[in-house]
Design a protein around this ligand. Structure first.
Ligand code: SF4
Length: 341
């Protein structure tokens, strides 16, 4: 692979007009911010973050539902990043209930095996994490265990972004982690330049260079700049497990309306693990928090520093929105690496 300096020089030679590309991955944003990559990009080449953080795109209504499980005296288990995301009446951390941080669903099942209480796992994540959740449910955990499925699929959100045209994008850098599992066949339906990229600075620079070339040559394809980890079909076994347990459903994303077939609900044969059904809880639509522009950041039409609250009222200690809570959230990342654009 060419060095970072060579790729940067090639990009500088190639960029002949303004370009805006979107990545859909918090890990890409963290790598870009940590390496200061934006500072070496040629003028006119912009890379914006889309809805690539699974915690950030979880709408407030789902956080409120998680709080309802606390009210019903359940043990609520989830990832640490979700703990401090504010719902309309506080966060899981401030709920005063029995809320436990776990590394994954298997740890939540272990809790259920050692108690008679109901245990609800708040299950967030894109295609990357779903197969593990599905495989665990196939193993038939105890009856006092259930999940709130907050899973989302990336392609339907991309389709929505393309249909809206709000962010004036020239192309997408596809999420390497998601594509390891899902492959990239499904993205071939989109008439826009796309490149799957890895997470080293060189991977990202190569991805950007390939995107610029596609635009210049008038091509709209999915190219793979991360062949050491990703193939077109993805992990067939993992997808089989995933769709053996879940089926697509229409769900809202934070910052987006309800996007058809962009969520995952449990299939009828696994409904006994559906916490929403078990406890008769409806997910409500909640209007966004005043002043927070997470919704616009997640759609790529604003950046964290456009928010009047950034670094002042809203900090990692006092987060107003989820993008300042999650390690994959743009605001938290920009705050950590002092990104100012
Ligand atoms: Fe929301 Fe805080 Fe980010 Fe502003 S800085 S968009 S309030 S998370």
């Amino acid at each position: 692979m060419a060095t970072g300096d060579e790729l940067t020089a090639a990009l500088r030679e190639s960029v002949d007009r303004p370009y805006t590309f979107m990545h859909i991955c918090g890990t890409h944003e963290a790598a870009i911010a940590r390496t200061g990559l934006r500072s070496v990009l040629p003028e006119g080449l912009r890379i914006v973050m889309g809805p690539g953080c699974p915690v950030c795109i979880t709408p407030q209504g789902e956080i409120d539902a998680a709080l309802e499980f606390v009210d019903k005296d359940c043990i609520v288990a989830t990832y640490g990043d979700l703990l401090r995301v504010p719902g309309t009446r506080g966060s899981l951390e401030s709920s005063g209930g029995d809320v436990r941080v776990v590394q994954g669903i298997h740890k939540a099942v272990e809790i259920a095996e050692k108690t008679d209480k109901e245990v609800v796992f708040i299950s967030v994540g894109f295609e990357t994490t779903v197969p593990t959740v599905a495989a665990t449910l196939m193993g038939r955990p105890p009856e006092n265990f259930s999940i709130l499925s907050c899973h989302r699929l990336v392609p339907p959100a991309m389709q929505w972004l393309l249909e809206q045209g709000e962010a004036s994008l020239d192309g997408f850098m596809l999420p390497g982690h998601v594509c390891v599992v899902a492959g990239y066949e499904e993205y071939e339906q989109f008439p826009v330049p796309q490149v799957v990229a890895g997470f080293e600075a060189e991977d990202i620079l190569l991805g950007l260079l390939m995107l610029v070339k596609q635009v210049q040559e008038g091509r709209c394809e999915v190219e793979n700049a991360y062949p050491r980890a990703v193939c077109r079909e993805g992990n067939r076994k993992a997808k089989e497990i995933m769709y053996g347990v879940f089926e697509p459903s229409d769900v809202e994303w934070r910052g987006f309306p309800v996007i058809p077939a962009s969520g995952l609900r449990l299939k009828p044969e696994y409904e006994c693990y559906d916490a929403q059904k078990k406890f008769d809880i409806e997910i409500q639509h909640v209007e966004k928090t005043r002043g927070c522009i997470c919704d616009r950041v997640l759609r790529g039409v604003a950046q964290p520093t456009d928010c009047a609250l950034f670094g002042k009222v809203c900090t990692p200690r006092t987060p107003v929105g989820p993008c300042m809570v999650s390690h994959e959230g743009a605001c938290k990342i920009w705050n950590l690496y002092h990104v100012r654009h």
